[in-house]
Design a protein around this ligand. Structure first.
Ligand SMILES: Nc1nc2c(ncn2[C@@H]2O[C@H](COP(=O)(O)OP(=O)(O)OP(=O)(O)O)[C@@H](O)[C@H]2O)c(=O)[nH]1
Ligand SMILES: [Mg+2]
Length: 316
């Protein structure tokens, strides 16, 4: 039982589920207390294994997460699942149970499930979800699983923050193979072909192998795992490949390199967003900008020179 005199941060760090839920709501609602909380607990993050699952709608990502959660729980590890749905205006309630097929786990205190759709504070769902993932990590969850719908050019790049990225496909996801081939979609660390009961599974796997053969021969070789998430088939193999990948990037030093790069991108994204917001505000207040624009419209000066003038004025 949490004590009444404990702060939210203390309860969060102690692993209290309700504190975690409350903390994420604060971040989601762009409440300054949320950001302060992340600041406070951030030094305690970095211990959980973060796994990202992405793939086209309906391929079975949530079912797969449910099956993997069951396995992790059997192995005594605690789990947090963050399902990110940029298209949906809902965050909890009916949709949660529906989208995240984890209803078996709702009563298990070792499992925390959250769905997020709000844009959040610092200019994007991506930032808000990262904060949420950090809070999950700080609360001591061993495994943090992120689910996003995506086929490449995803607007949500939270997946970049995963230590291991799993692309989930099903037989017939030809578009995704094209996207991989064209380089639109980054090569993931593990590829899952779910719904492997489908007769076109072998064809699909051949096509994926064809694409992967074009990639580098050295380093991590992306495994293709067949699963039937509804029946729990292939889940152990998936867990094994994820563990292998984690061990690999840890041994190679790529784990810290990857985290470093992702955090750098995050810092830049937040800074860029804030600069843009400030710049827009100062431009709105500045009457000479209207003038400047008029001169661009009348072809007296070109857009790039006008931008230089604005920036010069701003950085002074
Ligand atoms: N035949 C078959 N159906 C499956 C399998 N895994 C999942 N499904 C079904 O596929 C449907 C979609 O599953 P979800 O887990 O919701 O898929 P998702 O990728 O999370 O979907 P979104 O979050 O909406 O993008 C459900 O009806 C599942 O029961 C499988 O291995 N075989
Ligand atoms: Mg889903």
């Amino acid at each position: 039982m949490p004590r009444a005199d404990q702060t939210l941060a203390e309860r969060l760090l102690a692993g209290d589920r309700r504190a975690l839920a409350r903390a994420i709501s604060l971040v989601e609602n762009d409440d300054p207390d949320g950001w302060a909380l992340v600041r406070e607990v951030y030094p305690k993050t970095g211990h959980g294994a973060v796994m990202g699952f992405t793939g086209p709608p309906g391929v079975g990502k949530s079912t797969l997460l449910g099956a993997l959660t069951k396995l992790e729980r059997e192995r005594g590890r605690t789990v947090a699942v963050l399902s990110i749905d940029p298209s949906s205006p809902f965050t909890h309630g009916a949709l949660l149970g529906d989208r995240i097929r984890l209803s078996d786990h709702f009563l298990d205190p070792g499992v925390f499930i959250r769905s997020m759709a709000n844009r959040g504070a610092l200019g994007g769902l991506s930032e808000a979800t990262l904060q949420a993932a950090l809070l999950m990590d700080a609360s001591g969850r061993d495994v943090i699983m992120l689910e996003t719908v995506g086929v490449g050019q995803a607007e949500v790049d939270i997946i970049d923050h995963a230590d291991s990225v799993v692309l989930v496909l099903m037989p017939g996801s030809g578009d995704s193979i094209q996207a991989l081939k064209a380089g639109v979609m980054e090569i993931p660390d593990v590829i899952v072909v779910n719904k492997a009961d489908h007769p076109l599974t072998d064809t699909m796997i051949r096509e994926i192998k064809g694409v992967l053969a074009l990639g580098p021969r050295e380093g991590w070789q992306v495994p293709i795992v067949r699963t039937e998430a509804v029946r729990g088939e292939g889940i152990e193999e998936l867990a094994e490949k994820l563990a292998e990948h984690h061990a690999y990037i840890e041994a190679e030093g790529t784990l810290s390199e990857r985290r470093r790069r992702n955090l750098m991108n995050e810092v830049l994204a937040i800074a860029t967003f804030r600069m843009r917001r400030e710049l827009e505000a100062s431009v709105r207040k500045d009457p000479s900008v209207k003038d400047l624009l008029d001169r661009v419209v009348s072809r007296e000066i070109d857009p790039a020179s006008a931008a230089t003038t604005i920036l010069d004025g701003w950085s002074e």
